[in-house]
Write a protein that binds this ligand. Structure first.
Ligand SMILES: *Cc1c(COP(=O)(O)O)cnc(C)c1O
Length: 402
């Protein structure tokens, strides 16, 4: 049973069927004038319309990219380089995806200043903190719509209003929220928004950035002038076609999926919390995605739990796919102010609409059994030991686990 849909999803049959001809018969370059090219161009136009419709944008505001990471890079570097003369201050949060955080670290090396807003125990920023952080130098605010590890949803509408009042550009990474909750660029008051195809049953290596009409930015990839000169390179036609179809399907089924996913999630939470002693849910209980839950179990290592669950046929993760093989404390969970020991005891379950085929009782039983087994071996569970100040090469200086 695959329960790691926030890491990636399976391409749906309908999406795959739609893509197939563009690998073989319909192979034309969309920039050429003869029939093959025109057919590919038509397919691109249709996909662009579908993506635009899914987020209430205009087709000319959609630029195709290689995925969420590129869209985040383009939004942030593109605006920063365009507006550097106006100011060099950017505001973000402590829990952004590495595609945002690492891009900002790069800009810091070019003398940009970045303010990282705290998120508190519930994983959500405070609007007051944002207002206080704004200066005359602020050119960009980038705050993710929904978090990929804990599923919390930020008050994007409100942030957008404040950004607008101050004439500051506003970007949001909507990779996780898109297809799970409503993403409407008008309601959200955003200037730039990142999307990725493979998180919503589309193919990998394709995504888009929404750029509000009139918003100017510097391209990252220069070349043949494709995508209105904002993103050069011959378009990934089959990928874009698949992404367009995935967007269409996701919007048509948004409400139905929301109901279905949130009811599975709620049942799962209720059963885990009542079956496993000392278990908790990380992040806000109300403002969150329907398909994702991040549990915390006292005195165990998430990585060990993942392996036990895998052995029983359940694929889940401790947090983000990007950090799961590094064994570092999750910066997102750390930002919630959790004890460093507790940060390592997390389990992220992310559902897909097809997840209703799994037996929740059986799964919860396996979690309970595995957690109990790990606790039997855990000194933290069995003894009252003061681990303060104990150093560890695996988890860093503040580890009190090993
Ligand atoms: C997966 C993810 C990305 C990166 O998208 P790719 O298409 O894999 O590059 C960016 N932001 C968030 C929130 C994500 O979950």
């Amino acid at each position: 049973m695959y329960l790691d849909n926030s890491a990636t999803t399976q391409v749906s049959e309908e999406v795959f069927e739609e893509m197939k001809p563009y690998f073989t018969e319909e192979f034309g370059n969309p920039s050429t004038l003869y029939k093959y090219g025109r057919e590919s161009k038509k397919a691109l136009d249709q996909a662009r319309q579908r993506v635009a419709d899914a987020i209430n944008a205009k087709p000319e505001e959609i630029i195709f990219t290689s995925g969420g990471s590129e869209s985040d890079n383009l939004a942030i570097k593109g605006i920063a380089l365009k507006l550097a003369k106006k100011g060099k201050h950017i505001i973000t949060t402590e829990i952004e995806h590495p595609a945002v955080t690492e891009t900002l670290h790069f800009l810091e090396s070019l003398d940009f200043k970045v303010t990282y807003l705290p998120v508190y125990e519930n994983g959500i920023i405070k609007i007051e903190d944002l207002k206080e952080a704004i200066t005359d130098e602020t050119i960009l605010i980038t705050v993710m719509h929904a978090n990929n590890e804990i599923g919390t949803v930020q008050p994007i509408e409100e942030i957008g209003k404040i950004a607008k009042e101050h004439g500051i550009k506003f970007h949001t990474d909507a990779v996780q929220s898109f297809g799970k909750i409503e993403v409407d660029v008008e309601k959200l008051n955003v200037d730039l928004l990142s999307l990725s195809s493979h998180k919503l049953n589309g193919p990998k290596g394709v995504g888009a950035i929404y750029i509000r009409k009139g918003t100017r930015l510097v391209p990252l990839i220069h070349g043949g002038g494709q995508e209105r000169g904002i993103r050069a390179g011959t378009e990934n036609v089959p990928g874009i076609v698949g992404f367009g179809k995935a967007c269409e399907l996701a919007s048509q089924q948004l409400e139905e999926h929301y109901e279905k996913l949130s009811s599975i999630r709620d049942e799962l939470i209720e059963k885990v919390l009542s079956t496993v002693p000392e278990s908790y849910v990380n992040g806000d209980k109300e403002h969150r995605l329907p398909n994702l839950v991040n549990f915390r179990f006292k005195a165990i290592e998430g990585e060990s739990l993942i392996l036990l669950l895998d052995a029983k046929g359940y694929q889940a993760s401790t947090g983000s796919a990007c950090s799961s093989n590094k064994l570092e404390a999750s910066p997102v969970l750390t930002a919630l102010g959790l004890d460093p020991v507790d940060v390592h005891g997390s389990l992220r379950i992310s559902l897909a609409p097809e997840s209703d085929t799994f037996d929740i009782d059986e799964f919860v039983g396996i979690i309970a059994e595995s957690v109990a087994r790990l606790r039997e071996m855990s000194p933290l569970w069995n003894q009252e030991i003061d681990y303060d100040g104990v150093m560890c090469s695996k988890h860093g200086d503040d580890c009190r686990m090993c």
